[in-house]
Design a binder for this molecule. Structure first.
Ligand code: AMP
Length: 224
């Protein structure tokens, strides 16, 4: 992995599953013309394509557990080595454990900011029950907060929307408990490094976006 290449805006979106970090990451990626690296999306693609990685990851994902650190670190390392990451990138859903954060630190790539999107568990459980994903292109929607054209088909490509298997309420509870025990300690880790910025997730998607963009713009203004 080439360290000096990745020198621009290097963001990580942090937060519980369903807090809206993936959606905010996509919006910021478009705005700043940098790619989003979502380990969850990469793993879901591998599961769908039934690759070796997919077969390994499926069981962990369906039960709401984390995929082993060495597998994840390998995926991210390979992805960040690609040319499109030279101008910067957004990490969505990685690192998720202290071991992953330390492995990432060892690469020397570094991060500009860690944006922590905070939403209470009760609201997350309510939100995830309305989450829908396009069966073809992977675009995500919410039946109430971010509906597609008719709540049945994807606005972008017209394919049918489906519920993610791991959005089942029992699996969501397990994913939240995994988040609190394994991922939340990273907040203190990045706070200690002076990288953490907290954004309180709002009812309306665009209000959360405004807060998120504000944090990034503050950073960019300070860097000038
Ligand atoms: P996400 O879409 O980010 O919620 O990820 C879905 C699932 O993929 C998680 O519940 C984990 O099983 C797995 N996963 C995604 N990212 C990671 C990661 N950084 N470390 C371990 N497991 C991951």
């Amino acid at each position: 992995m080439s360290m000096e290449n990745v020198s621009s805006l290097k963001l990580m979106f942090f937060g519980a599953p369903g807090a809206g970090k993936g959606t905010q990451a996509e919006i910021a990626a478009k705005r700043y013309a940098i790619p989003t690296i979502s380990t969850g999306a990469i793993l879901r693609e591998a599961v769908a394509a039934k690759t070796e990685l997919g077969r390994l990851a499926a069981g962990y994902m369906e039960s709401g557990a984390l995929v082993p650190d060495d597998v994840i670190v390998g995926i991210v390392r390979d992805r960040l080595a690609k040319d499109d990451c030279k101008a910067g990138f957004i990490l969505d859903g990685f690192p998720r454990t202290l071991a992953q954060a330390e492995a990432f630190d060892k690469t020397g790539i570094g991060l500009s900011l860690v944006i922590d999107i905070e939403v209470e568990d009760e609201r997350i459980i309510e939100r995830m029950s309305g989450r829908r994903v396009c069966s073809a292109c992977g675009e995500t929607y919410h039946t109430v907060y971010n509906p597609s054209v008719d709540n049945v088909h994807c606005t972008k490509c017209g394919a049918e929307l489906i519920c993610r298997r791991d959005d089942d309420p029992e699996v969501v509870k397990k994913r939240l408990s995994t988040y609190h025990s394994e991922t939340e300690p990273l907040r203190a880790y990045y706070e200690g490094k002076g990288l953490l910025r907290v954004v309180h997730g709002q009812e309306k998607l665009e209000d959360t976006t405004a807060l998120t963009v504000g944090v990034i713009e503050d950073y960019l203004a300070g860097r000038k």
